[in-house]
Design a protein around this ligand. Structure first.
Ligand code: FMN
Length: 434
């Protein structure tokens, strides 16, 4: 059986599935139940400085985007950091950590960007026995207007400065949680590394307005006739998170830096993808909020079964495995030719591939009598749109032309020597290596 245990910056957990800092990790009751369900670790809902707790809105705080089957694809929230007193959170964290020593417990923190504020809270967090801290430089709403959260995460100099304070006043691992609301994610990651961070985690939520109530003419969720932008997460954000993770994994300045992957993880496969792109573990929020804590059972079972099937014996073997295959566009093999193929037995003759290709692409699908759809190889540029719009899985696939075959569209022979693109003289990477 595959070994799911992970060692992330020295923090051990029985599996790579941690709950991200959010409502599921807001209190002792939740976290105990999460651990009983099998979660490997939690990042406690973000703690603020000593003083009167923040006050949340009392109207709806979430908005959602659904698929046609009402499956939740994207979740938007206008919630703040914890609204429970610091003392209560710290006491609960200490109790939970003492009772679950084999699970990871991380304290997420967001206090003002002043040395004294960090110096004051860090020893108190250390006393709880938490395994490490995560700096919330990502929250895009409510706290950022007060100069915290993404207001810090968008300024690399602040990230470096605060990370340094944390490394000075706290002796366990420091994870810097990054905001995706920035042009180049490599810059804040580099700043975190320069400040001495042990790892980065990403992504926090993306600035968003989910929808507009057209009767009230107001963004939703609507609070007494007004709305505000919130933070977007859930399955819809996974592609953005994967791309950002891969950029950090590839960049020279941050290569090898441990990454905790967050953003839309819903299945074991999502987790494996994040890990393949360089994440030592993953964090989950929306999936737990949508399906409950027991979803972790499917995640651990699925990951374990896949690892057994592929012959991976430890999670460390997966981490970063896909990174060498992430490249820049100019290095893609232009001599690799595929054509669409339609499985006539699987086709339900809906004609969506035809409409899409005929109206908006390359007129490469012909409609024959009896609504039989056929690919016109002379026109097919292999764009994949027909595959993407087809409602039947695997009905349309892209099939590679063998070396020696002629591409009927360009008249060019697919040359066998191009098959080995990594060493081909036309490949700029190969040229650079010479
Ligand atoms: C309701 C809600 C509250 C959240 N609160 C926090 C928070 O207090 N601190 C934090 O770092 N991230 C917070 N997040 C962001 C999550 O930790 C996570 O980064 C984000 O939801 C992406 O993961 P997901 O797609 O699995 O939900 C919150 C997310 C949601 C939905």
């Amino acid at each position: 059986m595959a070994d799911l245990t992970t060692d992330f910056v020295g923090i051990k957990s029985p599996n790579p599935f941690w709950l991200a800092s959010a409502p599921p990790t807001d209190k002792e009751y939740n976290v105990r139940r999460a651990f009983e369900a099998g979660w490997g670790g939690v990042v406690w809902k973000t703690l603020g400085a000593e003083g009167p707790p923040v006050v949340n809105v009392n109207g709806p705080r979430y908005g959602a985007i659904y698929g046609a089957d009402r499956r939740l694809l994207g979740l938007n929230n206008i919630e703040l950091i914890t609204d429970r007193p610091l003392e209560v959170n710290l006491e609960e964290m200490a109790r939970v950590k003492a009772d679950y020593p084999d699970r990871a417990l991380i304290a997420s923190i967001m206090v003002p960007c002043e040395e004294a504020a960090w110096k004051a809270i860090l020893p108190r967090v250390a006393e709880t026995g938490a395994d490490g801290i995560e700096l919330n430089f990502g929250c895009p709403h409510g706290m950022s207007e007060r100069g915290m959260g993404s207001a810090v995460g968008q300024v690399p100099e602040y990230i470096e400065m605060v990370t340094r304070w944390c490394k000075e006043y706290y002796d366990r691992p420091v994870i810097v949680k990054l905001t995706p609301n920035i042009t180049d994610i490599r810059k804040p990651a580099e700043a975190a590394r320069n400040g001495g961070a042990d790892a980065v985690s990403l992504i926090n939520t993306i600035n968003s307005i989910t929808s507009v109530d057209l009767d009230q003419m107001c963004p939703q969720p609507t609070i007494d006739g007004k709305g505000s932008h919130g933070g977007y997460c859930g399955p819809a954000v996974k592609p953005i998170a994967l791309s950002m993770v891969s950029e950090i994994a590839r960049a020279e300045a941050t290569r090898g830096m441990p990454i905790s992957g967050i953003g839309g993880v819903t299945t074991w496969r999502d987790a494996a993808e994040f890990m393949a792109l360089g994440c030592g573990n993953v964090q989950v929020c929306t999936a737990a909020m949508t399906y409950g804590f027991r979803i972790v059972e499917e995640m651990t079972r699925g990951l374990s079964a896949w690892m057994d099937e592929k012959g991976y014996t430890s999670t460390a073997e997966i981490v970063g495995r896909a990174v060498p295959n992430v490249t820049d566009w100019q290095y893609l093999n232009l001599n690799y030719v595929t054509k669409a193929r339609i499985d006539q037995d699987a086709c339900i003759q809906c004609g969506r591939c035809y409409a899409a290709c005929e109206d908006t692409s390359h007129q490469a699908i012909a409609m024959k009598p009896g609504r039989v759809f056929e690919v016109v190889d002379e026109e097919c540029v292999a764009c994949n749109l027909c595959v993407d719009v087809c409602p039947v899985e695997d009905c349309i696939t892209m099939v590679e032309l063998e070396p020696g075959a002629t591409d009927p569209r360009t008249g060019r022979v697919v040359e066998s020597e191009y098959a080995n693109w990594t060493t081909h003289p036309n490949n700029p990477a190969a040229q650079a290596a010479e």
